[in-house]
Design a protein around this ligand. Structure first.
Ligand code: BTN
Length: 325
């Protein structure tokens, strides 16, 4: 889209409900009023619903239902999260772009989002399948003033936010599998990847990447994961409009993040445990050569898994292979 048209949308977006006069737009954009009128017609062709009233001017009534910096910003109403949004139709990985931006000083709260990732990145260097227009492939740049060892709390926080939004939206209670997969009916529909740059006692930045499977049909998922993975559409039988869902995730994240920074981890822990997968059940833990069984009690302040051994001792687990019976 031409940069004039983008600026035009931005101007109209910032005025939301009120009309902007053709004269004002023509002065701001330094183009004639008839050029404005032509751009308006092009925008209508793109799916924007624009009202033009004599003596009043123009206003946007609704946006096309596709992701763009403008459609995501319109009506977002956050204070800092998503004040800068970078949207790509196709990219290798939003995580990669977010790192580049963060290293170049991008602001706390910057969002990178794509319709498609050709080289989506999962945890432990696994590939993450991110098909075009079917899910929420998004990375958030955060600059929290927390100690580096507490950064995993942000992953748990993100998981609670996504679980909350799915619960509200689809009226379906997801479960969070430690540390950070979101499951519906036992199958994975969301993965979270948190990466950090830090110096000894200081976090420089954290990138939280979320891959949320929304509108895939079963055949859209790679064959080797079809048994273990799912999407919101597969589980609900409905197609979901992603735009309001992304905005809801950003609004909820902003609120929960501020609460976490100001009041600590307690609320996150409680919500996480409310959605915790197989809480209070017996699990098996394999970590290096060690292998033991216990009862899954929940999560600790530092994001570790808490399990009670058969001798009554409570252990913290940071990284291990977990299986349930
Ligand atoms: C996992 O389950 O292993 C984590 C998956 C994280 C995927 C998201 S999609 C947006 C962001 N960009 C990436 O390349 N990865 C994360």
């Amino acid at each position: 889209m031409s940069s004039t048209r983008n600026k035009l949308i931005q101007l109209l977006s910032t005025h939301k409900e009120s009309y902007i006069s053709g004269q004002f737009l023509s002065d701001e954009l330094n183009i004639s009023r008839s050029a404005i009128w032509k751009h308006m017609n092009e925008l209508k062709k793109d799916g924007y619903e624009i009202e033009g009233k004599a003596k009043k001017g123009y206003r946007i009534i609704s946006y096309p239902n596709k992701l763009s910096e403008n459609t995501l910003s319109w009506g977002l109403n956050t204070e800092w999260l998503g004040q800068t949004i970078i949207h790509k139709e196709s990219t290798t990985s939003t995580q990669r772009i977010a790192h580049e931006l963060a290293l170049n000083g991008a602001k706390h709260g910057t969002i990178v989002i794509a319709d498609e990732q050709t080289k989506g990145k999962g945890r432990i260097d696994r590939a993450f399948h991110s098909n075009n227009g079917k899910g929420i492939w998004m990375s958030m740049i955060l600059r929290p003033s927390i100690l580096p060892f507490l950064a995993p709390q942000l992953t748990l926080l993100t998981a609670t936010v996504i679980a909350n939004v799915i619960d509200d939206y689809a009226n379906i209670k997801p479960q969070i599998k430690w540390p950070n997969d979101i499951l519906i009916h036992g199958k994975k529909m969301t993965g979270i990847l948190t990466e950090m740059q830090a110096e000894q006692d200081q976090v420089l930045y954290v990138i939280v990447g979320t891959g949320i499977n929304i509108n895939q049909a079963k055949e859209d998922l790679p064959e080797d994961i079809q048994k273990k993975a799912t999407s919101l559409q597969i589980e609900t039988g409905k197609h979901w409009d992603m735009l309001p869902m992304i905005q809801q995730i950003l609004r909820t994240f902003e609120k929960k993040y501020s609460n976490y920074i100001n009041h600590g981890f307690q609320d996150v822990k409680q919500t996480w445990e409310n959605y915790g997968f197989r809480m209070n059940e017996r699990l098996q833990i394999k970590s290096g050569k060690e292998e033991w069984e216990g009862i899954f009690l929940g999560i600790a302040e530092d994001g570790a898994l808490l399990a009670k051994k058969d001798d009554g001792k409570i252990e913290k687990v940071y990284s291990a292979e977990i299986s349930w019976f």
